[in-house]
Design a protein around this ligand. Structure first.
Ligand code: SF4
Length: 216
């Protein structure tokens, strides 16, 4: 049984929900309500949310509850909802997106792109991984491409992904923002990313500001 088949369409495994600031990417510093879904089979060695990998250890939360939490976050100042994980696209996200519409908040997705694209989002952050290349439809649809840098080969991968993201893109869809994000506590990645962005102005540095600040 796949993860998708095992989950009632009226609920999803949720690791945590919280209202904080978006820490990274183009929306860094903005008030956001996060829904971290359980389940990820991508297996990045440097993953900082390994507790999210199994989907069956996290409570199945009714979509109605998530809707109410998003509405409360909107009333408290959240500017958008971020659906993150784990790998959210290992589940069908259409019911969740529909459930969150009454909150009135734009919906953002953070994904590695390994699953089929589902749901309706105003902003898609694609963070592709070299060992599990993303699906082409996610490359076509993403608004920002955020590549984590640990070693020099990650820069070549970033350029390959940037090309793949525009190769089949519709004429009306602007190219994605290009972001390089040093791996956390990785001095080599920091230096590589800084040097590369300095020499390639189409790329922008993305920092995990929430980690630097020690906030959630
Ligand atoms: S895709 Fe994300 S959640 Fe999954 S292992 Fe990689 S970094 Fe962790």
């Amino acid at each position: 049984m796949t993860i998708v088949e095992s989950i009632d369409s009226g609920s999803l495994p949720v690791v945590e929900t919280f209202h904080s600031l978006q820490g990274e990417g183009s929306y860094a510093g903005r008030s956001a309500f996060f829904i971290r879904l359980g389940g990820c089979s991508v297996g990045c060695s440097w993953c900082d949310t390994k507790h999210s990998w199994p989907s069956d250890v996290h409570p199945l939360v009714p979509l109605e509850v998530l809707k109410q939490e998003a509405q409360q976050a909107a009333a408290a100042g959240a500017a958008f909802v971020v659906i993150t994980g784990g790998e959210p696209l290992e589940q069908s996200l259409a019911p969740l997106c529909e459930a969150l519409v009454p909150s009135g908040l734009p919906l953002h997705l953070e994904t590695s792109g390994v699953g089929p694209l589902s749901g309706a989002f105003t902003w898609i952050t694609l963070s592709p991984k070299p060992h599990r290349p993303p699906h082409q439809p996610v490359l076509n649809a993403c608004h920002e491409l955020k590549v984590v840098v640990h070693e020099a080969s990650d820069l070549a991968f970033a350029e390959a992904m940037a090309m793949a993201a525009v190769r089949e893109r519709s004429a009306v869809q602007p190219p994605p923002h290009l972001l390089l994000q040093p791996g956390w506590a990785c001095p080599d990645g920091q230096q590589l990313a800084i040097d590369y962005v300095r020499r390639h102005p189409q790329w922008r540095l993305s920092l995990q500001s929430h980690k630097w600040l020690g906030v959630r």
